[in-house]
Design a protein around this ligand. Structure first.
Ligand code: CA
Ligand code: CA
Ligand code: CA
Length: 434
């Protein structure tokens, strides 16, 4: 009897021991998950200087990036330590400019870093390279996001690429920002604003007045590069090589954007394509080059619902110059070309195009375009005047639901980037309600 009780007591202890062991094992398994689930750090820059003095109470952008990239505090408490994915924000009296003495530390180590300007627009904070240094670099495997910042006056020379930013195999996401007045002064490659050898997406952003002696005044997209441009403006950029706006050796997708006033002394004032590029619902206006004032194609190009106007060339193809490969043109307007024909070369007619002078054996006619202007939406466009032969002549198979401005396409979609809507309601509603 007594022995039985002892045995039962022993069994209870064994069960308790087993349960305790399981709890301990469970905790041990859970600890790495707990560590992983610690939230990302949020670092606040509170100084416009470009110093790295630990313990001076100032958290500079350079110090914040260093901490974020290495996940430790190198600043004796000036900035928080980074921790996994980090967000860097600013506590500054705006507008402000941070002038760099050297390039900011590369985003590396597989880091994911988001830099958010104080806003509300990119004009509130400028990071300046002082016309001497590149601003930012993202290395292989890292992710850099930039929101509401102006990246200006960056500069590289010699064999260095990317005056403002060098995406060295990482992922770079740029939103609501301005990339302006950056220079790549090496003759060989280029990318005045940005050199992209990774994944780059540009949204609601302006790339303006960047320059290179190589190719790609605003962006050089390398063979390993994948570039997406959405609702953005690429304007006033220039190159002594190819592609005043964009030079593409990789993969490019352009949507809802305006490429205007760029220049190249060689091929492609707006765009030079040497690999795969598609552009949809976009405006290519007022660019100039030797060949292909608007677009120069050497490989695979698809142009859908674009409006090309006011482009000029000194040699051939003021709007579009097709050199080799395949150019598919559909629902697209080319008009108001200067010096040379709207189109030059052997292109594939995808239908519903309107080319003012009928070059490239495409349907001729004056599309009755307004000048490049703010007609609503994030980017400038060329409006269609009433009676334009582009109205309701697009092929619906290729049309998107909205035009470049984000306006719904009405009835049958129009040819070009801009959808005409009747001003009747605007005119008569005030009369009715008078
Ligand atoms: Ca400091
Ligand atoms: Ca980090
Ligand atoms: Ca229509």
């Amino acid at each position: 009897m007594k022995r039985q009780i002892l045995l039962r007591t022993y069994n209870t202890s064994a069960w308790l021991g087993l349960i305790l062991s399981l709890v301990v094992i469970g905790l041990l398994i859970a600890i790495p998950d707990i560590a992983h689930a610690i939230p990302a750090a949020s670092l606040t820059v509170n100084s416009m200087t470009d110093t790295t003095i630990a313990g001076d109470g100032a958290c500079t952008l350079r110090e914040a990036i260093t901490n974020a990239d290495n996940d430790v505090d190198t600043t004796s408490g000036d900035c928080l330590a980074g921790n996994g994915d980090d967000t860097i924000t600013f506590s500054l009296t705006t507008p402000a400019t941070i002038t760099l003495n050297s390039q900011l530390p590369s985003i590396s180590n597989g880091s994911v870093i988001t830099i958010v300007g104080p806003g509300p627009t990119a004009a509130a904070l400028t990071i300046s390279g002082n016309n001497g240094v590149r601003l930012l670099q993202a290395d292989n495997g890292s992710t850099l996001s930039i929101t509401t910042l102006t990246l200006a006056d960056g500069g590289v020379s010699g064999t260095n690429v990317g005056g403002g930013l060098f995406n060295n195999g990482g992922t770079v996401i740029i939103d609501s920002s301005t990339i302006a007045n950056n220079n790549a002064l090496g003759f060989s490659i280029g990318g005045g604003g940005i050199y992209n050898a990774g994944t780059l997406s540009v949204t609601d952003t302006s790339l303006v007045n960047n320059n290179t002696l190589g190719s790609g005044g605003a962006v050089f997209n390398a063979s390993s590069g994948s570039l997406t441009v959405v609702d953005s403006t690429i304007s006033g950029n220039s190159t002594s090589g190819n592609g005043g706006g964009i030079n593409n050796s990789g993969l490019v997708t352009i949507m809802g954007s305006t490429i205007s006033g760029n220049s190249s002394t060689s091929g492609g004032g707006g765009i030079a394509n040497f690999n795969s590029l598609s552009t949809t619902n976009s405006t290519i206006s007022g660019n100039n080059a030797s060949f292909g004032g608007g677009i120069y194609n050497y490989s695979t190009l698809t142009v859908t619902n674009n409006t090309l106007s006011d482009n000029s060339a000194t040699n051939a193809g003021a709007g579009l110059f097709h050199f080799s490969g395949t150019t598919v043109l559909r629902n697209t307007i080319i008009a108001n070309s200067i010096n040379r024909s709207d189109c030059s070369g052997s292109i594939t007619d995808g239908g519903s195009n309107l080319v003012e002078d009928g070059s490239c054996s495409l349907s001729a006619g004056d599309p009755l375009l307004g000048s490049l202007a703010n007609n609503g939406g994030p980017t400038k466009t060329h409006a269609l005047f009433p009676g334009s032969p582009a109205i309701n002549t697009g092929n619906p198979v290729y049309c998107t639901a909205t035009d470049q401005r984000g306006q719904l396409r009405v009835e049958i979609c129009d040819t070009g980037a801009y959808e005409f809507s009747t001003p009747m309601l605007k005119l008569y509603l005030p009369l009715i309600f008078r």
